[in-house]
Structure formats: structure tokens, C-alpha cells
Write a protein that binds this ligand. Structure first.
Ligand code: PLP
Length: 437
């Protein structure tokens, strides 16, 4: 099979339907699957044989989606889930339980921050947040109960690529896997190739690409030796009472290096039930087919927008991976040298008022709390997603009063720049008028 994402997106993991020869992946809208015999049923439940049992834990439509994502990501297997939030939660809960801790980058999507800071904490899992500027901070925050390192490849608002290889290497010395949320940079960055053990997505964003469905997926890199430090990963190296005492690293050895993702499927998905619907899996397969093309267009348009904004007098700062200086520039050169994705941030000289006026003046861009849609999207975080934070907290997360986030779409660049121009003029014009009054 090809290594090229454009080809994998169309062909990996599926050729045709064995029952009908259909080449599109059918939507297997079924809850259950008839067993051939009692022996067949018993073998499936005992994991002696792989096959469909019940759609909460596997489904043929989702199987094709999972195989395709795993191939594109350079991993060995994947698990589709109901949302990106479920993927983040499961990626941690699969290794950490009450009394354990994880070390996470501070630069996170707000929903993940809440999950780690509050909900996982209530479940007894502590998160130690560290600044990704210094990879050694991960080592310094590690103790005997640290099970996972967690980060986002291209976190907004700062849009500085995360030092994946550096932190993954530190983790491997301790037996701690690095989980990368690669939602903002599919195709552009392959975290597993840089040493991450696990890559995960909110498929709601670029994988779906059309703003239709909520979903998530976790990919097992198959590149992590879970047995090298067995005391470090007890959930994979000690008998699991919920599965007849199975030791996951041993039980699935004949099937390949898939202990992590198998446990997530047959324990967490079985028990917590955050399954992706088959219809959403079908839509995500449609999204995947054109994702490599879309990522190229998003990247090209976003870079053009960044250059356009840099030339505006009413814009005081442009935030884009290609516009960093110093450490940020080094990280972009290492991890995203060619294309940097569709996100752009900028700051308006007129502060929060100008930010609000700019958003209200947009005609083509949608004002939504999403990213990764084929359409261009915008939000003013200080008055929306980050409005509950104090000014100091907003500043710490990189959100200033005049900061605007754009998820640049794949419309014609002339139309994108025309909408931005008229909205900036309207925002600035109002400020000038007010100043004159
Ligand atoms: N991770 C990142 C980087 C995100 O941007 C989001 C959603 O905005 C999520 C995870 C959560 O995904 P979902 O909304 O699909 O639950």
C-alpha cells in the first residue's frame, strides 16, 4: 500500500463490501450480529476469534474508518469514539486510575483543560500542567504514579508546534507514553513518526471537514514497549478482573502490538459506551477522502491571510506558525516546515470593542465555536470561549482583549480577504468615528 496520504485516504482499510461488492463503505446500521454457532459466540467473547458482537464495541462501517485512520497516521489500529472529548478521556483513563497522575502541556483546548482539571481530578486522577517551552518540565513533574504525557500538536491560541520527539523520548526512558491530540494538524504532522505512542483526534474538525458530525478517534502507534517498565503501566501488565484476569500485553500478543487499543475497546468502550454512530463513521469516511486536499488549501489560504493581516495598520500582532520568532520558529521549522494548517490568530489595535465589532461585521465567515470546517470561521475568545476567565487568566492562556481566532476555510482566497477587509474596515471605522465624537 502507498505511503501517500492522498491515496491512503481513498483506499486504505477497505476495497469493497464482501456481501454486495459495493465500493462505498455501507452504513451498517445494526446493533447486533448473528452468531454462527454457540462455539463461534463463545470464541468471540473470549477474544479467541475476532468478529462482530455488538455495535457498542465494534461495527463494520467504523472498522473501515478505523483502519483508514490508522493507516494514514502510521499506527497499527484505531478506535472510533463518540466525540473528541471521549477520545481525550479514554486515552488517559486507559492507563491511569484513581491515585495516579498524568503530566500535560498547559496549552490545551478548554474542554480538555476542564476534563483534566476538574472531572478527572474528581475521579482521582491528578493532572500536572507544565509549560511545553521546556520539554524537561515533563521529566521534572514525573513521579512513580505518572502514567501518561499529554499534549496538543498545534494548540491555539499560541499556535506553537509541540516538541513531540523531545517529550516522547523523555517518556520512553520512564515507560510513559506520549499521547498527542493532533486535531489541528492531520496529514501535516504525524505524531507517531516523531515518537508519540498514541495520536488522537476530534474528528469533528478537519477529518469530518464539513461541520456535520461530532466524533473522535484514538490511534495506537504500536511503537511503545508497554512491558519495558511493567510497574509503570499496571493496567496493561497486571490481571484484569473485568476480563477473567487477562493481562493485556500478553493476551493480545499474537495479534500484534495492540494491547493499548484493545483494552480501550473491550474494557472502556464496553463499560462507558461512548461509541461513534455508524452514520457518523460514514460521514467521517467521506471527509477523510478529501482531507489531504483540504489541508493543503486550508494551509495555503491561512498563510495568505496571515500575510494580509501583517500588512494591516489596525492589526498589532499576527499569530501563525510561520510568523513566530525564536523557539516557536524552531519548532515550526522542525515539525511543520512546509504547511502549517488553517488556523490564524490576530490582535486588533482597538482591543475588545474592535474584536466584537470585527466579528459582528463579518459577512461570509461564520461566527462559531468550531474549527476545521471547509467554511471560514471566526471567534472573539475574550467575549465568548474565555469570557469566564479573569483578564490575567486570559493573558496566561494567550487570549488578549483584542485577540481574534480564524479557522480559514477553502473558499477562494479573494473572497476570504474581501470579507476580512470589509470587517476590519468596519471595526476600525467605528472606532475612528467614536474617537471623533
Ligand atoms: N481537542 C481539540 C484540539 C479540540 O479543538 C476539540 C474541540 O473543540 C476537542 C479536542 C474536543 O472535541 P469534540 O468537540 O469533538 O468533543
Amino acid at each position: 500500500m502507498s505511503k501517500h496520504p492522498e491515496t491512503l485516504a481513498l483506499h486504505a482499510g477497505w476495497r469493497r463490501d464482501s456481501a454486495t461488492n459495493a465500493i462505498a463503505v455501507p452504513i451498517y446500521q445494526t446493533t447486533s450480529y448473528q452468531f454462527d454457532s454457540t462455539e463461534h459466540a463463545a470464541n468471540l467473547f473470549a477474544l479467541k476469534e475476532f468478529g462482530n458482537i455488538y455495535t457498542r464495541i465494534m461495527n463494520p462501517t467504523l472498522d473501515a474508518f478505523e483502519k483508514r485512520v490508522a493507516a494514514m497516521e502510521g499506527g497499527v489500529a484505531a478506535l472510533a469514539l463518540a466525540s473528541g472529548q471521549a477520545a481525550s478521556a479514554f486515552s488517559v483513563q486507559n492507563l491511569a486510575r484513581a491515585g495516579d497522575n498524568i503530566v500535560s502541556s498547559t496549552d490545551l483546548y478548554g474542554g480538555t483543560w476542564n476534563l483534566f482539571q476538574n472531572t478527572l481530578k474528581d475521579m482521582g486522577i491528578e493532572t500536572r500542567f507544565v509549560d511545553p517551552a521546556n520539554p524537561e518540565a515533563f521529566a521534572n513533574a514525573t513521579d512513580d504514579r505518572t502514567r501518561v504525557y499529554y499534549a496538543e500538536t498545534l494548540p491555539n491560541p499560541k499556535l506553537i508546534p509541540f516538541p513531540i520527539a523531545e517529550v516522547a523520548a523523555i517518556g520512553r526512558k520512564f515507560g510513559i507514553p506520549l499521547v498527542m491530540d493532533n486535531t489541528a494538524a492531520p496529514v501535516l504532522v504525524k505524531p507517531i513518526e516523531h515518537g508519540a505512542a498514541v495520536s488522537m483526534y476530534s474528528t469533528t474538525k478537519y477529518i469530518g471537514g464539513h461541520g456535520t458530525s461530532i466524533g473522535g478517534v484514538v490511534v495506537d502507534g504500536g511503537n511503545f514497549d508497554w512491558e519495558a517498565h511493567p510497574a509503570r503501566q499496571p493496567l496493561l501488565n497486571t490481571p484484569d478482573p473485568s476480563y477473567h484476569g487477562a493481562i493485556w500485553t500478553q493476551a493480545v500478543k499474537p495479534l500484534g502490538p495492540i494491547a493499548y487499543i484493545i483494552r480501550m475497546r473491550v474494557v472502556l468502550l464496553r463499560d462507558l459506551g461512548a461509541a461513534m454512530a455508524p452514520f457518523n463513521g460514514f460521514l467521517f469516511l467521506q471527509g477523510l477522502e478529501t482531507m489531504p486536499l483540504r489541508m493543503r488549501e486550508h494551509s495555503k489560504n491561512a498563510l495568505a491571510v496571515a500575510h494580509f493581516l501583517a500588512g494591516r495598520k489596525d492589526v498589532t500582532r499576527v499569530i501563525h506558525p510561520a510568523f513566530h520568532k525564536g523557539l516557536g520558529a524552531e519548532r515550526t521549522a522542525k515539525y511543520m516546515p512546509h504547511e502549517q494548517g488553517g488556523l490564524v490568530g490576530f490582535e486588533l489595535a482597538g482591543g475588545a470593542d474592535a474584536g466584537r465589532r470585527f466579528i459582528d461585521s463579518l459577512q461570509m465567515f461564520y461566527h462559531v465555536a468550531n474549527i476545521g470546517d471547509a467554511r471560514s470561521l471566526a471567534i472573539h475568545p475574550a467575549s465568548t470561549t474565555h469570557s469566564q476567565l479573569s483578564a490575567a487568566e486570559q493573558e496566561a492562556t494567550g487570549v488578549t482583549a483584542g485577540y481574534v481566532r480564524l479557522s480559514v476555510g477553502i473558499e477562494h482566497i479573494d473572497d476570504i480577504l474581501a470579507d476580512l477587509t470589509q470587517a476590519l474596515d468596519a471595526a476600525g471605522g467605528a472606532a475612528v468615528k467614536r474617537a471623533a465624537e
